[in-house]
Write a protein that binds this ligand. Structure first.
Ligand code: GRF
Length: 216
């Protein structure tokens, strides 16, 4: 069966990109990366993709007068590459309806919090400062509102008294890599449907809610 063609968008170090590159090395995984696209010419993730022999592209937002023309250029590049599913992986630009509507139902994002709590930046620091007892991450469909689309999978981990934003981020990041792989597999296998803003995953059982214990 043909593998689903992914377009992975990132702006920085690219560890989520790396997790996707790694799992796609397995020929039995039902998806492959058709294009790794960055808005930053110096994003370290570009080297990761090149090392894996995956096509890369840079579309620098600074080369465009406005967001719509930047996003239109991305849409064209991704369409040319035959991309069927967008995976946002640390892509640090707000997206307008030009992008969001073009990829409606065909774009997913990973966010380092248990949405709908803590959309936006500095999620771990905010959770610690609030005295929250759990942190985690979410894979969700892209929607017009930032970090707010229908939830596909989440992983939770306890926040310990000794946690710092960095220690928490490191623990959550491991879980990000795991739930992103799972979510991509489910989309690629055609097991995901949406109804009234909720996501159903055929046969996924408990796999969509993943608990990451702390290791003492
Ligand atoms: C991750 O924490 C992801 O959830 C968020 O941005 C970060 C990107 O990290 N959207 P990396 O570049 O994948 O290492």
């Amino acid at each position: 069966m043909a593998r689903l063609k992914l377009g992975v968008l990132f702006s920085g170090r690219g560890t989520n990109l790396q997790a996707i590159l790694d799992v796609c090395q397995n020929p039995s995984f039902p998806a492959e990366i058709a294009l790794a696209l960055s808005n930053k010419p110096d994003a370290p993730g570009l080297l990761r993709a090149q090392d894996a022999g995956v096509a890369t592209s840079v579309i620098n937002h600074k080369d465009f007068l406005d967001r719509p023309s930047f996003e239109q250029a991305m849409n064209e590049r991704l369409d040319e590459a035959g991309v069927e599913l967008i995976c946002l992986a640390g892509f640090m630009r707000l997206l307008t309806p030009i992008f969001v509507n073009h990829w409606d139902g065909r774009a997913i994002n990973i966010h380092p919090s248990l949405l709908p709590a803590y959309p936006g930046l500095h999620t771990h620091e905010r959770a610690i400062n609030d005295g929250a007892r759990f942190a985690g991450c979410t894979v969700h469909f892209l929607s017009a509102e930032m970090d707010a689309g229908p939830i596909i999978a989440q992983a939770a981990t306890p926040i310990r008294a000794i946690d710092t934003p960095d220690s928490l981020a490191a623990r959550v990041l491991e879980a990000e890599h795991e739930i992103y792989r799972r979510a991509i597999r489910w989309v690629a296998e055609g097991r995901i449907t949406q109804q009234d803003g909720r996501v159903m995953i055929d046969g996924a059982g408990e796999d969509a809610s993943f608990y990451l214990p702390t290791v003492d």
